[in-house]
Design a protein around this ligand. Structure first.
Ligand code: SF4
Length: 324
């Protein structure tokens, strides 16, 4: 089955330049985002997932620098367009809900004025009535009543503020949306409301969506495919059901075995050790010091991300042995 690709990322590399060396925060990352799908990207802090999100929007700041690769949106490599062209693409074609976005709302402006500014920045010539109708439509889409348009951010709960940020991200009905840790700092019940809002929006717009996070339980319920990042690399990409039922990569296996299961009584196992510093990566497979099945080859050679089944790719030297 051929699927339309909304966003194609090829060999993307983003480095942080320090005085002494270049830190490879995103190292040769390649993936496709299909039209209408929800792709989750998970990884521990420092695995490069937020740097990846910022680079996809070209919102990264020095010392981060894109060293190479392609980010193809539709027909256009957005790493090659000039700043003004990128400004037009951003929000209209691809939009972003940054980490902690609810704290970025202006505390002294009513919600309707913040939304109206966002609309006017892209839709010159709209009448005030048309803008008010659009604000009301956007608030309705994220499950908020029109009355909150007249409120200030401090009058809203965390979940409501996050839904306002989602409304701001879809002002121009983009074809791709990236949400970086959209549920952080929210309680469990509100997290589910926010994820459900994102899912509803994604379906209404038939947009492709990337949700970045580390809550595997939330991901299991909300995405179609899951990609795992480790030490700047994408190491496992799989449909979510295969990922949880039959994980291929040893890191994914450990991530899953550290999750409690309501159906099964089993001992929870943590992942030994810590993610390595990007300033001092181990040789070969960066996961080898923590991997329970590492062999000598793992210490010497970096495993490439290889296609294992039609819809699965994994970076592990020993994956064939698992499949045998
Ligand atoms: Fe473990 Fe080796 Fe596979 Fe890396 S390549 S995940 S160290 S078995």
């Amino acid at each position: 089955m051929t699927q339309d690709v909304s966003l194609q990322v090829n060999n993307l590399r983003v480095h942080y330049h320090t005085q002494d060396q270049a830190v490879k925060a995103v190292d040769d990352v390649t993936f496709s985002l299909y039209a209408g799908e929800r792709l989750g990207i998970v990884g521990e802090s420092g695995s490069g997932k937020s740097t990846l999100a910022l680079a996809l929007m070209r919102l990264h700041k020095p010392p981060a620098k894109i060293e190479g690769g392609e980010v193809i949106l539709g027909e256009t490599d957005i790493l090659k367009v000039n700043r003004e062209q990128m400004r037009q693409v951003r929000w209209s074609e691809i939009s972003f809900i940054p980490q902690g976005s609810m704290n970025s709302l202006n505390p002294v402006m009513k919600i309707k004025h913040q939304m109206s500014d966002a609309i006017k920045a892209h839709q010159q010539g709209w009448t005030q009535q048309k803008i008010s109708d659009r604000i009301s439509d956007l608030l309705g889409r994220v499950g908020l009543s029109n009355s909150i348009a007249d409120m200030y951010p401090h009058e809203l709960s965390g979940g409501m503020k996050q839904r306002v940020c989602i409304a701001l991200a879809i002002v121009l009905e983009p074809r791709a949306i990236i949400a970086d840790e959209p549920t952080s700092a929210l309680d469990v019940v509100v997290q589910r409301v926010v994820i459900q809002t994102l899912n509803d929006i994604q379906q209404q717009l038939n947009a492709a969506m990337i949700i970045i996070g580390h809550d595997m339980g939330l991901m299991a319920q909300s995405v179609d495919r899951l990609a795992v990042m480790y030490a700047g690399k994408m190491v496992d990409v799989s449909p979510v059901s295969s990922f949880f039922n039959d994980p291929l990569h040893p890191y994914s296996q450990l991530l899953i075995s550290s999750l409690p299961s309501p159906d099964e009584k089993r001992e929870l196992t943590g992942i030994p050790g810590m993610q390595p510093s990007l300033l001092d990566l181990p040789s070969g497979c960066a996961f080898h010091p923590r991997c329970p099945i590492a062999v000598e080859k793992c210490r010497q050679q970096i495993p490439p991300l290889r296609q294992i089944e039609e819809s699965r790719r994994t970076a592990c030297h020993l994956v064939e042995e698992k499949l045998r």
